[in-house]
Design a protein around this ligand. Structure first.
Ligand code: COA
Length: 186
């Protein structure tokens, strides 16, 4: 019998990924670029060509500018999101959310919400961070609803942003301001 959404929701665990997770993070994202092609700007082919060190750098960036969270059902990595912090003095108050994906079988159980909660918690805990930005393909209703439920607002739409087999699609640029008390001093 298939496991219910409620049961899955109770078992979902969120954790920061570490270096040893790189192979399964790579596998999940290569699947994501294929299964949700319109949601991402990368193709499976170009990312498959990246060495494992590329994935390691995203998970365990020595400068601490890139962080990845995973959603686990038991030992299985079923979802992920990444947060990248800017390094330049004039932009280091900003963080950019990328690579949000939950495997089809685990959707609708709260994994996406829990991943975003973890990423926003990290952004809020980092001194000086005042803004989180992201882009989402126009028409991606589940993702836009999720981001809006966290207070993200659209501030622009980039026409012709990505080429897909069905034609060009636009990207909605969204942002969410963090309160100074959470973001700390600039
Ligand atoms: C977007 C995505 C990450 C949501 O993950 P999920 O684990 O199913 O989301 P959750 O179960 O945590 O739901 C959180 C919220 O997302 C929104 N949502 C999720 N599925 C939805 C759907 N089918 N329709 C509308 N809103 C939906 C709702 O706001 C929901 O909150 P609610 O349950 O209180 O209504 C998932 O659908 C996905 O991986 N999609 C393909 C990749 C993608 O689009 N990534 C985003 C790139 S910008």
């Amino acid at each position: 019998m298939a496991e219910s959404a409620v049961s899955k929701a109770q078992r979902i665990r969120i954790a920061a990924l570490c270096a040893q997770d790189a192979p399964r993070y790579r596998a999940l994202m290569l699947h994501a670029y294929q299964a949700a092609a319109d949601a991402f700007t990368s193709t499976p082919e170009e990312r498959a060509a990246e060495p494992l060190s590329w994935w390691l750098a995203r998970i365990a960036d020595p400068k601490g500018l890139s962080h990845v969270f995973g959603a686990f059902l038991g030992d299985e990595l079923v979802g992920t999101v990444a947060l990248e912090f800017a390094a330049k003095p004039k932009t280091r108050h900003k963080a950019h959310l990328i690579g949000m994906f939950v495997a089809q079988a685990a959707r609708g159980c709260g994994a996406g919400r829990a991943l975003l909660q973890a990423a926003m918690g990290l952004a809020g805990d980092r001194p000086g961070v005042r803004v989180v930005t992201l882009t989402v393909t126009e028409g991606n209703a589940p993702a836009i609803a999720l981001y809006e439920s966290f207070g993200f607002q659209a501030f622009g739409v980039e026409p012709l942003a990505i080429a897909t087999p069905e034609g060009f699609k636009a990207k909605v640029h969204m942002w969410r301001e963090l309160p100074p008390a959470l973001g700390g001093a600039a």
